[in-house]
Design a protein around this ligand. Structure first.
Ligand code: SF4
Length: 290
């Protein structure tokens, strides 16, 4: 019996990453000197290597800049914090803004809340560059909450401080986290203005992955190990009760994974290229002898 292979509806680049890639490729096609991205353009090692071969260099955050006068520096889809933007401009860089519009919406929401007197809580990972780009616009009294325990500590403080609380989300967090944090704050009597800035593409991908996980014997989640949305997808598939592997490259697929398996589902992160999904399908067929 041949192996059934099902690929999730959205399994490769999201619109924000796709736009950043197209902007970068256009710059590289016309390049007359160095072209930089601020950090690796996306969280996918194969794509980053390909871009490097095409001439894109990555500026390392926190390190000393080379001569940037008149040099294009691409701002990645998850944006940049205000201080870094200022510093790059002071060094003469020509910024090419590939910040995703959904991330810009989260940045604006944080700024509006802070400007209108809210104490802002950003739900997300404090070290993620997108969150840093949001908190820089969220006023002096901003807190990052990455899990429900931290939300509890924030609530204890918030009940003692006067003034309303505004909540903004990192675009890739789950609705589960948002809902549980907001319920907890409400349960302590805290008035909350919620700006749901979760990316609809991420939410849809997560729903599809959870649904596909229920219909197959094995899930493969393809994407960079440094991609948090890919890791989150793998966690969602595992939580649905199906055996799941997060792979960065199709060569990682082991024949023993397919023992007793009749169907495999495949999904990928927002920075996984479509050719990597195609190669995963091809490798599965090869291993299964389809
Ligand atoms: S995942 Fe969503 S917010 Fe992030 S870059 Fe893609 S479209 Fe934009």
């Amino acid at each position: 019996m041949s192996l059934e292979i099902l690929v999730a509806r959205d399994s490769s680049f999201c619109p924000g990453v796709d736009r950043a890639m197209r902007k970068t490729e256009k710059k590289l096609a016309r390049k007359k000197g160095p072209v930089y991205s601020f950090g690796p353009l996306i969280h996918n090692p194969q794509v980053v290597s390909g871009l490097r071969r095409a001439g894109l260099e990555a500026l390392e955050p926190e390190s000393e800049y080379p001569d940037l006068r008149g040099v294009p520096v691409i701002i990645r889809s998850h944006g940049i914090d205000i201080e870094t933007e200022r510093s790059l401009k002071e060094h003469g860089a020509k910024l090419v803004d590939a910040t995703c519009n959904t991330v810009k919406r989260a940045q604006r929401a944080a700024q509006e809340l802070a400007d209108t007197g809210f104490r802002v809580a950003v739900l997300g990972s404090p070290h993620h560059p997108e969150v840093r780009s949001i908190i820089g616009r969220a006023g002096a009294d901003v807190t990052v909450i990455s899990n429900i325990e931290e939300a509890g500590r924030f609530a204890e403080e918030a009940v003692r401080k006067p003034g309303p609380v505004g909540v903004v989300c990192q675009t890739t967090i789950s609705h589960n986290l948002l809902d549980s944090v907001v319920s907890l704050l409400h349960s302590r009597g805290i008035v909350v203005e919620v700006r749901d800035t979760i990316c609809k593409w991420v939410a849809r991908r997560q729903e599809d992955a959870a649904e596909l996980s229920k219909r197959v014997d094995l899930m493969l989640v393809v994407g960079g190990r440094n991609s948090s949305n890919t890791a989150q997808l793998a966690a969602i598939c595992s939580a649905a009760g199906v055996s799941t592997h997060h792979i960065e490259d199709p060569s990682e697929i082991m024949p023993e994974w397919l023992e007793g398996v009749a169907s495999v589902g495949i999904t990928g992160g927002a920075s996984t290229p479509d050719w990597l999904i195609d190669e995963t399908v091809a490798r599965l067929k090869e291993v299964a002898g389809n």
